[in-house]
Design a protein around this ligand. Sequence first.
Ligand code: CA
Length: 217
Amino acid sequence: MYRILVVEDERAINDLIVMNLTEAGYECERAFDGIEAADKLEGAGYDLVLLDIMLPGANGYELLDYIKPLGIPVIFITAKGSMADKVRGLRLGADDYLVKPFEIVELLARVEAVLRRAGKAQNEIEAADLRIDTRSHTVMRGSKPVQLTAKEFELLLLFVQNRGIALFRETIYERIWGGEYMGDSRTVDLHVQRLRKKLHWEDKIKTIYKVGYRLEI
Ligand code: CA
């Protein structure tokens, strides 16, 4: 069973997260400030930390410095939806972020995705008519391999790990290309179009007008 530390000083939100994660089969512990979190992290063997940014004691950014050397994946929880915070968090090494208020379904999807990416779940992912091997970077449709470039493979994984969730163009850009999205790049659109065609997923990767894309499988 995966063990998750939930670090969030707002008791109602902490309760809500723990209740839903427990219901989904995760074992949770909670901390309400930075100092308590650091204490609990000592040798406790967590698989994942959900980390609020604004905390008494030590803030989320400071705690991240402490958590990363332990090799535990981190999902930031932030009330601040600004791109600058998200980018700062991801640059500092967070694995993902959730912006409050969030839907429970999104929380569960991101937790599952980060655990999977961290290699804490199985290497083989089934998605619609495809079998994706995250270790060998191969994609199979039945017995036939689907040839993808490295970027297309990353893009496919990003979609599959966030299935059902709308992905902003800028999020996709930052994740796959690692730079700051300038708003005028057609790179994302071109790669999504190529991926759709190669996978025959024209009806599965939906365009969300003016926003980005969502995988519906
Ligand atoms: Ca807070």
